[in-house]
Design a protein around this ligand. Structure first.
Ligand SMILES: [Zn+2]
Length: 143
């Protein structure tokens, strides 16, 4: 089956289905194709604008949604970069952070483990600490 947009002599445009292009030509020649609006049998193929371009234009206009996986990958990379410049102090984190905060040790980037109670104490003392975005395995536990 094939569909054509047809236009009658009075400029009505309508769709009609045919078995083939030759079937359309034959029915048209025998005046079997009539306009559904006015019954006019003098019809010809209507010139219509293809809508393929409009569809692809619409597709290009929609920007792909920001990939969450990509955003996550960047955060992981950022943390990895920060940790490369940071020293792992393990369970000594609270003591090390406090010592640096009180000026007993030179300040430098460290990361390690702290209990919830230790974290609360550090925050109350005004020690600038922040949780890691992603959990890291202690270096001695990495294969
Ligand atoms: Zn018509």
């Amino acid at each position: 089956m094939i569909v054509f947009d047809l236009r009658c002599a009075r400029a009505h445009v309508f769709e009609a289905w045919f078995a083939s292009t030759s079937a359309y030509e034959e029915q048209r020649a025998r005046r079997l194709v009539a306009c559904p609006t006015c019954g006019e049998t003098g019809v010809e193929k209507a010139v219509t604008a293809p809508n393929v371009g409009a569809k692809s234009n619409r597709g290009r206009a929609e920007a792909p949604p920001a990939s969450q996986a990509e955003a996550l990958r960047k955060l992981v990379a950022l943390q990895a970069e920060l940790l490369r410049r940071s020293r792992w102090v393990g369970g000594d984190f609270a003591a090390e952070a406090r010592a640096m905060h009180e000026g007993e040790r030179p300040e430098r980037a460290i990361h390690g483990q702290a209990s919830a109670a230790e974290v609360s104490e550090l925050v109350e003392e005004g020690v600038p600490i922040a949780p890691l975005l992603f959990p890291v395995a202690p270096p001695d536990q990495v294969n």
